[in-house]
Design a protein around this ligand. Sequence first.
Ligand SMILES: Nc1ncnc2c1ncn2[C@@H]1O[C@H](COP(=O)(O)OP(=O)(O)OP(=O)(O)O)[C@@H](O)[C@H]1O
Length: 208
Amino acid sequence: MLEVTELACLRGDRLLFADVNLTVSPGELVRIGGPNGVGKTSLLRLLCGLSLPEHGAVRWHGRRIDRHRDAFHQDMLYLGHSAALNDLLSPIENLRFAAATHGRDAHEATCEAALERIGLSLQRDLPAKVLSQGQRRRVGLARLYLSEDVPLWILDEPFVALDVDAVRDLAEWLDAHCARGGMVVMTTHQDVPFRTAVRLFDLAEAAC
Ligand SMILES: Nc1ncnc2c1ncn2[C@@H]1O[C@H](COP(=O)(O)OP(=O)(O)OP(=O)(O)O)[C@@H](O)[C@H]1O
């Protein structure tokens, strides 16, 4: 379970939000909503430990993530809204590199299957710098297809730049993750056809 208590976030000299409380349980898909600039990305970065809150705490299975970083990072996958690829590496090398930096072993055949699933078989050996924006996004998202056993997925605008088929396929994959007891916390400005009941957490309403 992910638990957020009394979270406050300062950006520059501006208090973006304060007293944010949220609990995410196994099987839940939570969409962080709210207008541009309200602080959704900032909240996701606090949830995954990439930045520190001004006040409050994030706990994973009852333990503060800032005090148990390694265990938390084993259980969490964060995909930000930029693809964060090494331009000189191919999609398959990027996937293997990303897995290795998280202490996970991803075999070539497994990565190939993930790239095929996301429709990038033909580009598997091209350097990432020649990929289109949508293809770059897909390489990042292929990590989700290698992370069934990672319970918590934190995703910032995962559907941006995807075509209709890819949106449907990704929505099904997020549904499947929740159905097997995983958790998804994400932002999106798009209407996405989920089977899972999506819990909306409106940051503009939740923060005071
Ligand atoms: N490092 C920073 N220093 C100062 N201000 C920042 C910093 N990072 C973000 N901000 C500001 O914090 C506010 C919230 O940004 P954030 O990206 O979290 O919003 P968001 O709700 O995700 O927006 P969008 O829907 O447009 O993606 C914005 O006004 C942004 O300019």
